[in-house]
Ligand binder design. Structure first.
Ligand SMILES: NC(=O)c1ccc[n+]([C@@H]2O[C@H](COP(=O)([O-])OP(=O)(O)OC[C@H]3O[C@@H](n4cnc5c(N)ncnc54)[C@H](O)[C@@H]3O)[C@@H](O)[C@H]2O)c1
Length: 461
C-alpha cells in the first residue's frame, strides 16, 4: 500500500493535513465540506457525522453513536446536519439541511415526515418496525386476562366497598359476581401475524392456548417466529369461527380493499357468541355498530386500546387510552434501532427499514476499495450512465447492486483504484450532475465528506 496524501481546499480541510495509507493508488480527494458554499473552519466537526435530533430521544438509543465519529445535538447552527433522528416532531422540508443524507423516525408511522418530497430529493426515510412489538404483545396478553376474569369490574367494586368500609364484610359474598374463565386450552385466533401477531401467538401457545392464524401476506421472518402448533386459516371468518379469543394485529388501511371496519357484521356473525375480541391495532378496524349488536346479543367482550364513541360505556367493553407502545423499553428499542439503521446507511450505504428506498446491502467492501452510492430516479439508462462514468475514469467496478422501489432507484458500487491518480471530486460531480440522478455519496475519508446532490440541475456539495 502506498501512502496517500489527501489534498483539500477548504479551510477546515487545510487543518487536516493528513497522510493516509489507503489504496494502491493516489486519490485526489477534494470533497470535504459537504455543505453548500460553506468554507468556514467552524463548518464541520472534523471526522464526525452530525446527527440532528428533534424531540427527546432515549439516551440509550443515542449512546449507539460512538462519540469518536458521531456528534449528536439538537441544533446544527451552520445547517450542516448529516442525518435526522426524530419521534413525533412534524418535520418541515425547510428543516432538512441540504447536507442531510437520511432521516430516521423512532417509531413505525412516518406521517410526520414529508416522505414523498424526501423521495424526490433522494433522501431515504427510515422507521423502526417491530420496535414496540413486545410492549404491544404484553398488553394483548393482559387483554386476554381482562377479557376472561372481570378484573376491572372487580377492582371498581372493591374501591366502592372500600369507600364504605365494607370490603372485609362483603368480599367473599360478592366475589361470585366476578367469576371468569381460564385461557389455557382455549383457542386464540390471530388476525395478522406480523411483529405483534407472531409474538402474541408464541406467548399464547406458551400459556397453553391453541392458536389459529390468518395472514395472506405472512413474511418468512414472522413465519419463523410462530409456534409450531399454530394452524393457518384461509380467511378471517374461518379463523374466528372456533375461537374463544380473537386478536387483531393488522394495519389500518383506508379506502377500497382496505381494512376499515373489517370486523363488521359478516365476520362477527361467524364468531362464537362469547368470544373476546382484542383490538390493539386500530379502532377503525372495528365497525362499532356491528360490535354493539354483537355484545348486546351474547356474552362476548371487546377489549380495545382505542376510543369508541359508541362502546365506551358498554358493560362488556373495556377501552384503554392507547397504551400499547407506552413503555420506556419500547422507546429505547425504537431509538436504538433508528440509530443502528442510520449508522448502517451512513457508514456502509445499507438500506434497511426504509419507507421510501429499496432495501440494499452489499457484502463488506474489500480493503483498498471505495464504496460509492447513487440515488436516481427509476428511469431507463441510469445504470448504464453510472457504469460509463467509472469506465471513463479508468475505474474498475468490483461489485455493485441496483435496486428500485416506485420512482426511486439506488445503486451501491464498490470500485477498485487503478494505477493513476483519480480525482473523486470530478468523478462525483460527473456522476451526480446527470439528468435523473438525485444524490451520490463517496464513502471514503473522514466521516461527513463526499456527499453531493443534484437539486433540479444545481450542484450541492
Ligand atoms: N396499540 C398500539 O399502541 C400499537 C402499537 C404498535 C402497532 N399497533 C398496530 O398494530 C398493527 C400491527 O403491528 P405490527 O408491528 O405487527 O405490524 P406488521 O406490519 O409487522 O404486521 C402486520 C401484519 O398484518 C398482515 N395483514 C395486513 N392486512 C391483513 C389482512 N387484511 N388480514 C390479515 N392479515 C393482514 C400483514 O401481512 C402483516 O404480516 C399496526 O399496523 C398498528 O396499527 C398498535
Amino acid at each position: 500500500m502506498l501512502a496517500t496524501t489527501l489534498r483539500r481546499t477548504t479551510a477546515a480541510a487545510a487543518r487536516l493535513n493528513t497522510t493516509r495509507c489507503f489504496a494502491s493508488a493516489p486519490v485526489d480527494f477534494d470533497h470535504f465540506s459537504s455543505g453548500w458554499e460553506k468554507d468556514s473552519s467552524e463548518y464541520q466537526t472534523e471526522g464526525k457525522f452530525h446527527i440532528e435530533t428533534f424531540n427527546k430521544i432515549s439516551p440509550l438509543g443515542l449512546a449507539r453513536f460512538p462519540s469518536k465519529n458521531y456528534e449528536v445535538k439538537e441544533d446544527w447552527e451552520n445547517n450542516n446536519a448529516h442525518a435526522i433522528l426524530l419521534r413525533s416532531h412534524k418535520l418541515q422540508e425547510s428543516e432538512v439541511d441540504v447536507s442531510v443524507r437520511a432521516i430516521a423516525r423512532c417509531g413505525a408511522g412516518t406521517n410526520n415526515v414529508p416522505v414523498a418530497r424526501m423521495s424526490e430529493l433522494g433522501i431515504p426515510v427510515f422507521n423502526t418496525p417491530g420496535a414496540n412489538a413486545n410492549a404491544v404483545k404484553e398488553l394483548v396478553i393482559c387483554g386476554l386476562f381482562l377479557g376472561s376474569r372481570r378484573l376491572i369490574a372487580g377492582i371498581n367494586h372493591m374501591t366502592q366497598l372500600g369507600e364504605q368500609g365494607l370490603q372485609k364484610e362483603r368480599v367473599e359474598k360478592d366475589k361470585s359476581m366476578f367469576g371468569g374463565r381460564e385461557i389455557a386450552g382455549k383457542t386464540l385466533a390471530i388476525i395478522g401475524m406480523g411483529h405483534i401477531g407472531a409474538a402474541t401467538a408464541r406467548e399464547a401457545s406458551a400459556l397453553g392456548m391453541k392458536t389459529v392464524g390468518y395472514d395472506p401476506a405472512l413474511s418468512i421472518e414472522s413465519a419463523l417466529k410462530l409456534p409450531r402448533e399454530i394452524s393457518i386459516a384461509d380467511s378471517i371468518s374461518s379463523a374466528v369461527a372456533e375461537a374463544d379469543y380473537i386478536s387483531l394485529n393488522i394495519p389500518y388501511i383506508k379506502g377500497e380493499g382496505g381494512t376499515h371496519g373489517i370486523i363488521g357484521k359478516d365476520v362477527l356473525s361467524h364468531m362464537k357468541n362469547d368470544a373476546v375480541v382484542l383490538n390493539f391495532a386500530r379502532g377503525e378496524l372495528v365497525d362499532s355498530d356491528a360490535m354493539k349488536e354483537y355484545l348486546d346479543a351474547g356474552d362476548g367482550r371487546y377489549i380495545s386500546d382505542f376510543p369508541d364513541d359508541l362502546l365506551w360505556n358498554h358493560k362488556n367493553a373495556i377501552l384503554l387510552p392507547h397504551l400499547g407502545a407506552s413503555t420506556e423499553e419500547a422507546e429505547e428499542t425504537a431509538a436504538a434501532m433508528a440509530a443502528d439503521t442510520i449508522q448502517a446507511y451512513l457508514e456502509h450505504g445499507t438500506i434497511q427499514n426504509s419507507v421510501n428506498f429499496p432495501a440494499a446491502a452489499l457484502p463488506e467492501r474489500k480493503e483498498g476499495s471505495i464504496r460509492v452510492t447513487v440515488a436516481t430516479q427509476n428511469v431507463p439508462g441510469m445504470l448504464a450512465y453510472i457504469s460509463d462514468v467509472f469506465a471513463k475514469h479508468g475505474i474498475n467496478i468490483l461489485q455493485q447492486i441496483n435496486t428500485s422501489r416506485g420512482d426511486l432507484a439506488y445503486n451501491v458500487i464498490d470500485v477498485e483504484l487503478g494505477a493513476d491518480t483519480i480525482d473523486l471530486k470530478d468523478l462525483q460531480k460527473e456522476l451526480t450532475m446527470h439528468d435523473g440522478v438525485l444524490s451520490s455519496r463517496i464513502l471514503f475519508g473522514v466521516a461527513g465528506a463526499g456527499y453531493a446532490r443534484n437539486i433540479e440541475g444545481s450542484y450541492f456539495v
